[in-house]
Write a protein that binds this ligand. Structure first.
Ligand code: G3H
Ligand code: 13P
Ligand code: ZN
Length: 346
């Protein structure tokens, strides 16, 4: 079975009322863990690569790894998605490479840092849709800006600036109409990475959960019940994973993530794609640290990459179950990009 267009996975998720994890991938162990988890939970899955991941893996290796995953588990619908594309050229490069879906993150200028205007965002996103849809490729756009600047993505917004850049539901409607995107990433107060809170109790100094504007998601869903929303920065940053890192020599104080219950609320209101990268990084880092700490004499990379892969696998299994995609891999017959072209009218 070929890689499937992400649009099909999202349409089917909407029909079934569940969400689908979009897991970032950089290397073989991560991808093996993802596809194994998808197989074992019988889940459709979205695998995404950032620009950084493509650079790290020299592109062709990631593409071939994805092909291997599809070959190993042909019954699992798998979409290969570009995460945070920063311009038409990057999206075109991913499409040429065989990605079945691209994100044009026009909420930021091409530097990936400065917030773009609504008009700039519409223009660049529409151009990508015009390029992608005739080829059957799915397009995700983003309106509003995430907080934080971890991982090199984001405008570095904090405090009130985060609120000023949340997605406006009225604008979202206009954006979807003007661009024709298949999926809309919304800014509701999440941020990338392991430090999502930015809020402390002024009296106790205790870190408080990030304040999420779930009402924006509710409102967008009311206005556009058929719009597939995407939640970025949706790692839960489980304390037990951070504790392992800290127990074995790491230093990660003050982390905070997004509660799975909040994501599930989003899924009830039109969120179909949930981006998770950090949780896998935490699991992998903790597992490797543990081996290094407990058996410093070891130097065979398989001794630490195997437990790392197993730790990531456990995260993916948990997310597939929590988001509701588990059990749905066989619900539909996957289509090709050629089939999808026709759906778009080409
Ligand atoms: O969007 C953020 C993802 O976690 C990807 O991060 O650019 O470090 O690969 P990255
Ligand atoms: P996390 O950093 O919360 O895993 O978010 C990843 C993401 O949004 C990738 O686009
Ligand atoms: Zn993101």
């Amino acid at each position: 079975m070929p890689l499937v267009p992400m649009r099909q996975i999202l349409d089917e998720a909407a029909k079934g009322g569940y969400g689908v994890g979009a897991f970032n991938v950089n290397n073989m162990e991560q991808l093996q863990a993802i596809i194994q988890a998808a197989n074992d939970t019988n889940s459709p899955v979205i695998v995404q690569a950032s620009r950084g991941a493509l650079k790290y893996s020299k592109m062709i290796y990631l593409k071939k790894l994805m092909e291997a995953a599809v070959e190993e588990y042909p019954h699992i619908p798998l979409a290969m998605h570009l995460d945070h594309g920063n311009g038409v050229d990057t999206c075109k490069m991913a499409i040429d490479l065989g990605f079945t879906s691209v994100m044009m993150d026009g909420s930021l200028k091409s530097d990936g840092k400065s917030p773009a205007t609504f008009e700039e965002n519409v223009e660049v996103t529409r151009k990508v849709v015009e390029l992608a849809h005739p080829l059957g490729v799915t397009v995700e756009g983003e309106l509003g800006c995430l907080g934080g600047i971890e991982d090199g993505h984001g405008a570095g917004l904090e405090g009130d600036a985060v609120n000023e850049h949340l997605t406006d539901p009225g604008q979202a409607e206009e954006f979807v109409k003007l661009t024709g995107v298949d999926a809309l990433a919304v800014a509701i107060g999440t941020s990338h990475g392991a430090y999502k809170s930015g809020r402390k109790d002024p009296k106790t100094g205790e870190i408080l959960p990030p304040a999420l504007a779930m009402d924006r998601i509710h409102e967008i869903h009311k206005r556009m019940p058929n719009c597939h929303m995407v939640m970025h920065g949706s790692s839960s940053v489980p304390k037990e994973l951070v504790d392992i890192i800290n127990q074995y020599g790491g230093k990660m104080p003050g982390t905070f993530g997004i509660a799975v219950e909040q994501i599930q609320d989003g899924i009830k209101h039109g969120v179909r794609k949930i981006n998770v990268d950090t949780d896998s990084r935490l699991a992998i880092t903790g597992a490797i640290r543990k081996v290094f700490f407990e058996t410093p004499e070891k130097f065979d990379m398989r001794d630490y990459l195997k437990p790392a892969r197993e730790a990531a696998y456990a995260v993916y299994v948990a997310r597939c179950k929590a988001f509701g995609q588990a059990g749905h891999a066989g619900d539909y017959t996957p289509i090709t990009l050629d089939d999808m072209k026709k759906v778009y009218g080409y």
